[in-house]
Write a protein that binds this ligand. Structure first.
Ligand SMILES: [Zn+2]
Length: 307
């Protein structure tokens, strides 16, 4: 989630975003790099002879429209499916644009995110403050799946094979990844973030480690993270993310076992940045608190549970 600059108003002929080809018929629409989760997310699309599959819808109807125009600069094929890698607003609040363009939605049916604790109206109100009222013009929720995926599902269309799977509740309970086995391209959603500091506030460290192992086992040639630059070596970003999460887990487990209270266990970390809930400092701090609670529950013999 993030502060997201609206795309500059573009002439109809100029695509507002760049579409970068990463395999035959497979494109990434890169978001912002260097801003962690605060930047515009990456999106993508796969062109087949029978239509287009879009991966993620960006943060607002305005961004969704800009993404749609960018896709239109590459192909006139109908938009058949929109796959949502999860239900955080920065990845799905543009979904209504694709629904209106005729797409059906593939998503995990568990739409819970921490940000919606106050209910959907509060989530939208918060998000309007982030992206602005103009960008949200025409907004409707459009993330309830026409085709729900809770384990794995294979889409075969136009000669392509697209595997959509739920690797676990690492980043959120509704995580999905999109895997192209022939091209060895993975759209990882927010399981991977450019700087390796994946958020587990809405998910769990343990499930994230499982999800990372799943990514490793696919041995992707290209992995598209939810935010930021594509890693030169997908395995390196996976390893970096794993060591961050595994170290955090070990540290918090040790603190719990020694009876160190949470505030003291977190004392070594810089405080979260005010009004920047997903800045690097905020992500590290919030993750640590989330993992401490999970370790405490495990130590007490209780199941960890999602928010
Ligand atoms: Zn997210």
């Amino acid at each position: 989630m993030s502060a997201l600059a609206a795309p500059a108003p573009a002439r109809d002929s100029a695509p507002p975003f760049i579409a970068r080809r990463i395999a035959d018929g497979v494109y990434v629409v890169p978001g912002d790099t260097g801003r962690g989760s605060e930047g515009r997310p990456n999106a993508g699309f796969i062109v087949t002879r029978e239509g287009v599959v879009v991966v993620d819808a960006l943060a607002s109807p305005r961004q969704g429209e800009a993404l749609l125009r960018t896709i239109r600069s590459v192909t006139p094929q109908p938009i058949k499916w929109l796959v949502l890698t999860h239900h955080h607003p920065d990845h799905h609040f543009g979904a209504i644009v694709f629904r209106r363009a005729g797409a059906k939605v593939i998503a995990h049916p568990d739409t819970r995110v921490l940000a919606s604790e106050g209910g959907p109206d509060a989530l939208v109100a918060d998000w309007v403050r982030v992206v602005g009222l103009d960008a949200m013009h025409g907004f409707e929720f459009a993330d309830v799946p026409d085709r729900p995926v809770t384990s794995a599902d294979t889409l075969r269309m136009g000669g392509r094979t697209i595997v959509i799977s739920h690797p676990g509740a690492g980043h959120t309970a509704g995580d999905l990844m999109v895997w192209l086995p022939k091209e060895r391209v993975l759209f990882a959603g927010d399981l991977l973030i450019e700087d390796g500091v994946t958020m587990v506030v809405d998910g769990s460290a343990r499930e994230l480690l499982r999800s990372l192992a799943r990514i490793d086992s696919l041995r992707p040639r290209v992995a598209v993270p939810g935010h930021g630059a594509l890693p030169k070596g997908p395995a390196l970003l996976v390893a970096r993310t794993r060591s961050y999460i595994a170290d955090l887990e070990a540290e918090m487990r040790a603190a719990v076992e020694k009876g160190v209270p949470m505030q003291r266990a977190l004392a070594a970390l810089p405080p979260p940045d005010e009004n920047r809930p997903v800045s690097l400092n905020s992500r590290r701090r919030r993750n640590a608190a989330r993992v401490y609670v999970a370790e405490e529950r495990a130590w007490m013999g209780l199941e960890d549970s999602l928010p």
